[in-house]
Ligand binder design. Structure first.
Ligand SMILES: Cc1ncc(COP(=O)(O)O)c(C=O)c1O
Length: 442
């Protein structure tokens, strides 16, 4: 449509978040990959597709149906209704999620504190919508920050206030400083969002001692923590995983956000939130925060598709409610890819006197993402050139910062590619970086 044609609406009259970079970011990245379908994508954080299995989806559904009848004693017509009719707002696999958290994470939680959501994305939205009560409210978030969180905060008019992440995963001195600064400015920090395990995009994890100190700081500053944990199961080594913040939380200070996108199936679009905080109602009654989130959910998605929940529930049941047990193959594939990528970077940028000094990368202990730092700003124009002229996609780290300052880093993802594709992608990325350093490309 040309500018001369009559319009029905203008974006200036719509919610201010529309047009905000946080909301356009994902679309932009998708558009680039659609425009250059032949490019190797080290950008997509999607799960590995080789293990997708349609027959297993049908089996999981049957398994969950049998569970309703045989284990929970529902008459067949009621079991059918539970799967096919509108349903409970907080979900129908909450008891299995609570069991999963006990088995895999040593988190003890009342199933009534669980809300099953349409992906973790809806869980984030519900929590932010509920916490944002007035115009002085802000959300602290460890930077760089997952853009889905920033976008959801925009939609509920909740400013995101960055806290330094650093090599420890969260800079506790900066956290205290920012809480106090916000309060001194008359603002009310409603919580701090972070990802203690293999964060997206930084790849950084928080060690156990630091997790404990973080909980102490949160207690001192009377702060809620929003713990997002989509990648925690995908650790490289075979040692024990550090406890989640929620497992260490003795004060109901942690709101735990979960996703089954990476551990079961992204197409099911099922996630959840554990919100066991006790909320005093206007009538003096006390109930779990989960109930208030459910009230919002009833006006957003009504309930999460019971069919999709049943698929997740069936998979959990088939593995004794352990996603650790269910994800052996996946974990091995991601670990193989991560090692391959890091080795590939070392090979292409060897530690020699002629190595471009400022090309550096993180070596995460797991997860999907590696951050490569380069001595020049990395922006969307460079990504476009990389896709068009070099045939490789990655994500500019600038997308994960909530300002316009130039960022000299890019994110590589190992999740949706084969080792062969990693090799091709890295050859192309190395060519781009070398050309950029030697002035052969602008
Ligand atoms: C950190 C983080 N949180 C949440 C999500 C969204 O999860 P879901 O697909 O369950 O909505 C993602 C997806 O990539 C993510 O990386």
């Amino acid at each position: 449509m040309t500018a001369a044609e009559p319009v029905d609406l203008t974006v200036a009259d719509l919610h201010p978040a529309l047009g905000d970079p946080a909301l356009t970011s994902m679309n932009f990245l998708n558009e680039v990959s659609e425009r250059y379908p032949a490019a190797v994508s080290l950008a997509a954080g999607r799960p590995y597709e080789e293990f997708f299995d349609l027959a297993a989806v049908h089996r999981h559904l049957d398994t969950f149906h049998r569970h309703l009848v045989d284990d929970l004693g529902h008459p067949p017509e009621q079991a059918r209704r539970l799967l096919l009719q509108y349903g409970r707002t907080k979900g129908i696999v909450h008891h299995l999620i609570a069991r999963n958290l006990a088995v895999d994470e040593q988190i003890t939680v009342d199933p009534e504190a669980v809300v099953v959501t349409v992906g973790c994305q809806e869980a984030m939205f519900l929590v932010l919508r509920a916490l944002r009560a007035g115009p002085t409210d802000v959300l602290l978030a460890v930077a760089p920050t997952y853009v889905g969180l920033t976008g959801a905060a925009r939609l509920v008019d909740l400013p995101v206030w960055p806290v330094a992440g650093g090599s420890s995963g969260v800079d506790l001195a900066d956290l205290t400083l920012q809480v106090r600064r916000a309060r001194a400015a008359g603002l009310r920090p409603r919580g701090c969002y972070l990802m203690p395990d293999f964060a997206n995009p930084s790849g950084v994890s928080i060690d156990t001692a630091h997790r404990r100190r973080l909980l102490e700081v949160a207690a001192e500053e009377d702060l809620l923590l929003l713990e997002d944990n989509p990648y925690g199961l995908f650790h490289l080594d075979d040692g024990p995983r550090p406890p989640t913040l929620k497992a260490l939380d003795t004060e109901r200070r942690v709101i735990y956000l979960g996703s089954f996108a990476k551990t079961v199936l992204p197409g099911a679009r099922v996630g959840y939130v554990v919100a066991d905080q006790r909320v005093a109602g206007a009538d003096g009654q006390i109930g779990p925060f989960a109930d208030h989130l459910a009230m919002i959910k009833s006006m957003v998605t009504v309930n999460t598709s019971p069919i999709a929940q049943a698929v997740i529930g069936g998979r959990l049941l088939e593995h004794g409610c352990s996603l650790v047990a269910a994800n052996g193959r996946e974990r091995a594939a991601y670990a193989r890819n991560m090692r391959h990528l890091v080795t590939g970077l070392t090979r292409r940028f060897p530690d020699r006197p002629d190595r471009p000094a400022a090309v550096r990368w993180t070596v995460p202990a797991g997860g999907f993402f590696v951050v490569v730092t380069v001595p020049f700003p990395v922006d969307d124009a460079l990504l476009d050139r990389s896709a068009r002229d070099y045939g490789v996609l990655w994500t500019p780290m600038a997308h994960f910062y909530d300002d316009t300052a130039p960022v000299r880093a890019l994110r590589l993802s190992v999740s949706a590619v084969t080792p062969e594709q990693i090799d091709v992608g890295l050859d192309r990325l190395a060519a781009l970086i070398t050309d950029r350093l030697t002035g052969r490309t602008g």
